[in-house]
Design a protein around this ligand. Structure first.
Ligand code: ADP
Length: 629
């Protein structure tokens, strides 16, 4: 398997040469490291220069937080400020807030500390002199005991009564000392206190042991990101109150800090307004954005930009070149793994094609692809190899299987145990369908159909069992219309029972519709289905087979399960990029219509009858010279 994989023609992939990724230049600025999201990059640059908020909508792992971080790099660091909290002599519970240029805050606090130390030292000196004086005097007048008692009393009293200089030292609540660029704060999933600031509870509220209110003030992420970027992913998971407060913060550009837990002493304290002039980058998938607080959404929309992230990019020279750089970037970022040689990079590119699941495209789910790079590098590292090669990437692909894939594997095992699907012989009304779990794992999904006389006298029904989600349900409902259309058989005096077997996790999508139709036709006409065949495809009302997603994963799952032939939509032919290991194990048959599906899946003497009948009834043609893949 290894040797086959390294035979990709490298000259075809990109137009430059390199030994390992160490010799590839990685741009310094993060914004220049972003791949495949050119539109987003342009918008982010614009938003940074105009200080506008941004909403990013798209799949996880496509670069949203990277873009937000890149945006922070683009903001001027000259504007950064430090924020200090001071005691308020008039009202202890209303600490004063002051801003100073970045770096100054630290100096101020240090100066105060030094001052306090000096004062305390001279006070202590005086005290010592006084105490000694008393003791010596009492010794001379022969009243030593009384002298010592008096000295201790004086010490204790002054501890309580004299002002404590330390209590007057301001607290640095936002510190931008030595920052290389504007802050980038990721506030995804934080609670209100961390987001909006908090005042700690003071267990000793009086009696000289208390911590002064200003010293208990903690800034929130909205303050820490002052003059920088505040990134919040899955924005809808933020509580409505927090979203409301965010809105206020966005409008006012300042937000007073108060204790967040109602019954703590912190809740008594409220600072003067604390500046929070941040740029908000909110992210999520479409669903998340729709569910966010409408006022917050319209605020961002009205004062900023919305960006849709892409899931894949064209498989062209330029983008492959970028992927080479991506591997170099990830190797550099990790810092521990050996550089990749060409064979390894090419293997990653190949995987990017596979994962795109779309003809002529490369995946942009780069977090996952980066994961593959790291696992491959780790394997190479463990072997003490100096470069990572194709061999390591291939080993990594086996190891770095997603949770869904591992789950699919375990289902597969379980099904094998219970013989949930058959891969030999033939059976009436039983079809091996194929489905995708979690986006990148295929499973064999057996479907059984049975036709019985209608129970209700007025009409036949389609009854589906097994865990089905909405789209799959719709596919089942459509089937009777399709059957009537393409077989001419009126199903109104029949009930059609369709059972999806072993669907613990629920079935999504309509890619099972050719399987359902085939199972029903088999049951209606009593013609057996070849069980060594699996199929996937969406069916139009006219009987055309339409494209589906995840073709590669489905075919691989079928091959792994021991299926010999798999029927796929012809329009998906070019999406298929299965592993070499499976190539000899399975025959792939691309089809354009249901008649071809029947031709390739039903068996027995009656098959021809139904094929001819269908051909007469519909204007579909059997495409007999089907090219083999
Ligand atoms: P998201 O915020 O969309 O979930 P991230 O920005 O956190 O994704 O991406 C995670 C990692 O994946 C990044 O740190 C980077 O290494 C890599 N990555 C993701 N998208 C891109 C991209 N478009 N260009 C370069 N690297 C990317």
């Amino acid at each position: 398997m290894d040797t086959e994989m390294t035979t990709i023609d490298q000259n075809e992939l990109y137009d430059f040469d390199f030994n390992t990724t160490d010799s590839i230049d990685v741009p310094e600025l993060l914004i220049d490291q972003i791949i495949g999201q050119e539109h987003a990059v342009t918008v982010v640059k614009k938003a940074a220069s105009q200080r506008r908020h941004v909403m990013m909508i798209g799949t996880p792992g496509t670069g949203k937080s990277l873009l937000a971080k890149a945006m922070a790099e683009l903001l001027p660091k000259e504007e950064l400020q430090d924020i200090l909290a001071y005691p308020n002599p008039e009202d202890q519970n209303n600490p004063k807030i002051r801003t100073v240029p970045a770096g100054k805050g630290r100096e101020i606090v240090m100066a105060h500390k030094l001052e306090a130390q000096k004062k305390a030292q001279s006070r202590n000196m005086l005290m010592m002199l006084l105490v000694f004086g008393i003791i010596i005097y009492s010794f001379y007048v022969d009243q030593l005991l009384w002298g010592i008692i008096a000295a201790i009393m004086i010490l204790l009293l002054t501890r309580q009564l004299l002002p404590k200089e330390e209590m007057m030292i301001p607290k640095l609540v936002v510190n931008n000392y030595n920052k290389e660029h504007a802050p980038y704060i990721d506030a995804t999933g934080t609670h209100a206190g961390a987001l909006l600031g908090d005042v700690r509870h003071d267990p000793f509220q009086s009696g000289g042991l208390e911590t002064p209110a200003h010293d208990r003030v903690e800034s929130g992420d909205i303050h820490k990101s002052h003059k920088g970027v505040l990134f919040i992913d899955e924005i809808n998971t933020l509580s409505l109150e927090s979203q409301q407060s965010m809105l206020t913060a966005l409008q006012e550009k300042e937000y007073a800090i108060t204790g967040q837990s109602e019954r703590s002493s912190g809740a008594l304290v409220k600072t003067e307004p604390v500046p929070c002039d941040f740029i908000m980058v909110a992210a999520g998938n479409l669903d998340a954005v729709e569910k966010m607080h409408p006022a917050l959404r319209s605020r961002i929309k009205g004062y900023g930009y919305e960006i849709f992230m892409r899931d894949s990019m064209e498989d062209d020279l330029e983008n492959r070149r970028n992927l080479v750089r991506f591997v170099a970037q990830e190797v550099m970022r990790d810092g521990h793994i050996p550089p990749f040689d060409k064979s390894a990079v090419n293997e990653v590119i190949r995987e990017a094609r596979r994962r795109a699941g779309r003809k002529g495209h490369l995946t942009l789910k780069l977090r996952d692809l980066g994961g593959l790079v790291r696992v491959a590098g780790d394997i190479a590292h463990a072997e003490e190899a100096v470069v990572t090669t194709a061999k390591h990437v291939l080993a990594a692909k086996k190891m770095a299987r997603s949770i869904e894939q591992q789950l699919a594997d375990s289902y597969l095992e379980r099904r094998k145990d219970y013989q949930l699907f058959q891969k030999n012989g033939s059976a009436v009304g039983r079809v091996n369908g194929l489905a995708v779990m979690g986006g990148d794992s295929g499973i064999v999904l057996p479907i059984m159909a049975e036709v019985t006389p209608a129970q209700s006298s007025s009409e036949g029904r389609v009854i589906a069992t097994g865990m089905l989600k909405d789209i799959a349900k719709e596919a089942v409902q459509n089937v009777s219309a399709v059957i009537k259309n393409i077989t001419g058989k009126d199903t109104s005096n029949h009930d059609i029972h369709i059972q999806f077997i072993g669907t613990y996790e629920g079935v999504e999508g309509d890619s099972a519709s050719i399987s359902i139709a085939t199972a029903v036709i088999s049951a209606l006409e009593n013609i057996p289905v070849d069980q060594s065949v699996a199929m996937t495809g969406s069916l139009s009302v006219r009987g055309d087979v339409l494209p589906i997603g995840g073709a590669t994963y489905k075919i691989e799952a079928a091959a792994l399960a021991g299926i010999k032939k798999v029927i796929i939509p012809k329009s998906n032919e070019d999406d298929v990029l299965i592993e070499e290991a499976y190539k000899d194990k399975i025959e792939i048959v691309p089809v354009t219509n249901i008649i071809e599906v029947i031709e390739h899946s039903l068996v027995g003497v009656d098959k021809q009858r139904i094929v001819e009948k269908l051909s007469k009834l519909t204007n579909l043609k059997l495409n007999l010279d089907i090219p083999e893949v």
